[in-house]
Ligand binder design. Sequence first.
Ligand SMILES: Nc1ncnc2c1ncn2[C@@H]1O[C@H](COP(=O)(O)OP(=O)(O)O)[C@@H](O)[C@H]1O
Ligand SMILES: [Mg+2]
Length: 361
Amino acid sequence: MQIRIKINEIKSKKAAKKIVKATKKSEKKANKIKNKKLTKKHSTKKTNKSSKKIAKKQNKPSNKNKQNKKQTTKTLKQKKRHALITKIKNKKTSKKQNPKTNNKVKVLDDKVFKIKNLNFYYENGSKQALYDINLELTRNKVTALIGPSGCGKSTLLRTLNRMNDLTEGTKINGEVLFNDQNIYENNKNVITLRTKVGMVFQKANPFPMSIYDNIAYGPRNQGIKNKKVLNQIVEDSLKKAALWEEVSTHLYSSALGLSGGQQQRLCIARALALKPEVLLMDEPTSALDPIASAKIEELINQLKKEYTIIIVTHSMQQAARVSHQTAFFLNGKLIEFNETKKLFSRPDSKQTEEYITGRFG
Ligand SMILES: Nc1ncnc2c1ncn2[C@@H]1O[C@H](COP(=O)(O)OP(=O)(O)O)[C@@H](O)[C@H]1O
Ligand SMILES: [Mg+2]
C-alpha cells in the first residue's frame, strides 16, 4: 500500500515537474512573441505579417495582445502619416529652392548676386559706364554702393533687375547671376525677376491712385482677386514699411496726398507686397528732409533682417550707419569692396582713403 502511495507520489511529482516545464516553455514562447511584437513596431510590413501569423497560431489573443496590436497599428499609422508629411515638406522645399526641376534640390550659397566680368555701355556701345566689375553680394545683408557722381552706381544697380533694358542703345557683356542663374540669358522672365528684385528710386513714384490700390496693384496683376487676401497683403506690407499707423484710417484716399517721406515708404511697401528677396534702393533719402531720412534708415535696419538690400548712397555717413559691406566705385571701376567698418576706418586702397577723407568727390 505504502509502496503504491509512494509510486503515486513520485508519479505526481513527475507530472508536476512536467507541468512546470510546460509552463516555463509556454512562458518562453509568450516572451518570444512579446519580443517579436516589440520589434514589429520598428519593422516593415513583412514582419507585421509574421507576427500576425503567430497571433493566429495562438488563436485566442488575450486582451493585452489586442491592446498591443491596437498600439502597434496606431504607431504604424502615425509613422506612415509622419513619413507622408515629411515627403510633402521635402517636395515643397525642393520646389521652393528650384522651381523648375522638381527632383534636384539645389543648395544655394550665401551670395545672392554674383557679378562676373561685367562691362556696360550706353549710346550703342560708344560710351562705357562700367569696366570689368566682379562683385558678390551677400544674402540678408545690406551692401552700400558709394562713389562720386557719374561713377556708375545707378547703372550697376539697374543691371541687377534688368532696369537698363528700358534704355535704348545699351549693351552689356559678362554675367549677372541671381541665385546662380544668369539673368541675361535669353529665356529669363524679366517680370518675375523684377518681383524678386524690387526697386525703390531716388524720387518716390506712387501711382496716381489710392494708398490701398498702390499696394494691391502688383498682387492683383499676379492674379490675386480675393478681397480678404488683398486686405491682408496691404496691411502686412504697410506694417513692414512702418506706414500702417499713419495711413490705416484713410487707405482709400489718394497716395499723392502723402508727404515725401510717406510716399517713399509707400513705394517700399509696394515692393514688399510682391514678396521680394532683394530690395534695390537708389539714393532713397536724397530727396527727403533729415527726419524723413532717419525714418527710412530705421526702416532699412528693420528690413535687413528679412531681405537683402543694396543701396546706392551719396552719404558716407548713411552707408556707415546702415550697411554691412561697402563697394567704392570710381569712373566705372570697382576700386574696393570691404566690410563697411574696415572700408571707412582702414581702407585697402589709397583712392578709397582719398575719397572718404574728402579729398575729392
Ligand atoms: N541713359 C544714359 N545715356 C547715356 N549715358 C548715361 C545714361 N545714364 C547714365 N549715363 C552715364 O553713365 C555714367 C554712369 O552714370 P550713373 O550710373 O548714373 O552714375 P552714378 O549713379 O554713380 O551717378 C555717367 O557717365 C553717365 O553720364
Ligand atoms: Mg545715380
